[in-house]
Write a protein that binds this ligand. Structure first.
Ligand code: ZN
Length: 243
C-alpha cells in the first residue's frame, strides 16, 4: 500500500516534468515582443495611460528587467523624462516569465510617470499594484527579479562551437524545416521519417553553427520552418551524415 502510493507519486511527478517541458516553451524576447505586450498590458491594466517608453534588450546576468529615466530640474521642480524599459535575454524563460518581468517594470514606470511617492523602490505603492494584478488576473509578479531557477540562455554559454545534430526536411508542398535532434532519439526518428509520405527529402547533418543554439533539442518530428534560401545555405554548409 505504502509502496504503491510512493510509486504513484513518483510517476505523477515525472508526468508534470514531462508535460511542462512541452507546455512552457522557452524563448527569448525582441523589441517587437516588448512593444506588443507593453501595449496590451497598458490597455488592460493601466487604462492606456502610459506612453510607450524606449525599449531595449540587455544581457544582464543579475537583473531580469529594469526601468530607467532621466531627471532634470525645471522651474524648481524635478521632472522625469526619457523613460526606458530593459529586459534581459541572458536567461531562457517561458513567455509567461517574461510577461511577469514586463509587468514588474511597468509598475515602476507607472509610479514614476504618475509622480507617485513610494516608501521605497518596492514599497507600499509598488506592492499594492503588484498584489492587485496578481490577485485579480493571476500573474506571478514578484518584488525580487530573482535569477535563481532560471536557465542560462544557450548562446550565453561558453561553448559556442558545440556540435549539434541537425535534421533538414523538405516537404512535398515545398515547405522546409530544420530541427536540432537529441542524438539518442535520432535512429528512431529516422525510421519514423520513412513512414511519412509528406516528406520529400530528409537529411542529417552535424553543425557547430551558433544559429542553432536557440532551437529546442527535439526527440520527435518537430522543426522550425525556414525560407528556402536559408535552408539551402545551411544544408550546403553543414557536414552531412548517414545512418
Ligand atoms: Zn523592481
Amino acid at each position: 500500500m505504502k509502496n504503491g502510493l510512493r510509486r504513484c507519486i513518483a510517476s505523477a511527478r515525472f508526468f508534470i516534468l514531462y508535460s511542462s517541458f512541452f507546455i512552457y516553451k522557452i524563448m527569448q524576447v525582441d523589441i517587437k515582443w516588448m512593444e506588443t505586450w507593453f501595449d496590451r498590458f497598458n490597455h488592460d491594466y493601466f487604462d492606456g495611460g502610459l506612453p510607450r517608453p524606449r525599449f531595449a534588450l540587455s544581457k544582464s546576468r543579475t537583473r531580469l528587467g529594469s526601468m530607467a529615466c532621466k531627471r532634470r530640474l525645471k522651474m524648481g521642480r524635478i521632472q522625469y523624462y526619457d523613460y526606458s524599459i530593459h529586459i534581459s535575454n541572458y536567461y531562457d524563460q517561458s513567455e509567461r516569465q517574461f510577461q511577469n518581468v514586463m509587468l514588474h517594470e511597468m509598475i515602476h514606470y507607472s509610479i514614476a510617470y504618475m509622480g507617485l511617492k513610494d516608501t521605497s523602490s518596492h514599497g507600499v505603492v509598488f506592492r499594492g499594484m503588484m498584489d492587485s494584478l496578481n490577485r485579480k488576473y493571476g500573474w506571478d509578479i514578484t518584488v525580487m527579479s530573482s535569477t535563481r531557477n532560471v536557465k542560462v540562455s544557450e548562446d550565453m554559454k561558453p561553448d559556442p562551437n558545440k556540435e549539434r545534430l541537425v535534421l533538414a526536411l523538405e516537404m512535398a508542398d515545398g515547405k522546409r524545416y530544420l530541427s536540432v535532434v537529441n542524438p539518442h532519439f535520432a535512429r528512431r526518428l529516422n525510421a519514423e521519417l520513412k513512414r511519412v509520405p509528406q516528406i520529400k527529402k530528409a537529411s542529417w547533418h552535424i553543425s557547430t553553427d551558433a544559429c542553432f543554439a536557440h532551437y529546442p533539442v527535439v526527440r520527435s518530428m518537430r522543426g522550425r520552418r525556414v525560407e528556402r534560401d536559408v535552408y539551402d545555405e545551411k544544408v550546403r554548409e553543414m557536414k552531412q551524415i548517414t545512418f
